[in-house]
Write a protein that binds this ligand. Sequence first.
Ligand SMILES: *[C@@H]1O[C@H](CO)[C@@H](O)[C@H](O)[C@H]1NC(C)=O
Ligand SMILES: [Cu+2]
Length: 238
Amino acid sequence: MRGALFTALAAAAQLVAGHYIIPTLIANGTRSAEWAVVRTTANHWSNGPVTSVTDPALRCYELDPSGGPGQTGVATVVAGTTVGFAVGTGQTWSHPGYFSAYLTPASPAANSPSAGSGQTWFKIWELSPTWTASGGYVFASQNTQSVSFNLPKSLKNGQYLLRIEHIALHSASSFGGAQFYISCAQINVVGGGNSLPTSNLVSIPGLYNGREPGIMLNIYYDPSATGYKPPGPPVWTG
Ligand SMILES: *[C@@H]1O[C@H](CO)[C@@H](O)[C@H](O)[C@H]1NC(C)=O
Ligand SMILES: [Cu+2]
């Protein structure tokens, strides 16, 4: 009995160890301190994921949606430069998955609790697994510690939330099996242009139903697979 319980606990510990947080923004080639400009997430101890696409936590996964954002700093970032996100100390993107980054203009400011509550989000970057008939899916950034991408050069100056999402797909073959790892950085964009997209704007939650072919799929075996179909809107490049 004791042996069986130990085995179960060890297995549970292993699962938790596979999870991760995303507390760090990278800007100007420098990593911010954990949670300095990224809203503290509800999983900052457990490292666990969001699994319901209708959960309000899908937006920024905040520990304290009503007051927490005001405690978090706002990073000044330059339009057109490279930004990124890193997982917690000692962690990696240990699960195979799909990455995307979204922006929403933030009113009145990036640290407002209500920022991003409308249909105002747009996708600025994604990283899909590659697929071949002979080799199946390949997840290039799995087991690394950060991802990076460019902010659109023409992006209008101002306050935004920058949201990273890693959809872990290791157990995504049934509904609700995909794991969403999410964080939002509070940013002030300078040096930009005057552009904002006027189409393909989405609400978060609201953008997924959970049955998209890029969210509910068997990455290990699917005789009908022809490639990965990214969920959500197309990328806006500015
Ligand atoms: C990045 O560089 C810009 C321009 O020098 C500066 O205004 C900004 O504060 C820097 N941001 C961070 C997060 O280091
Ligand atoms: Cu996990």
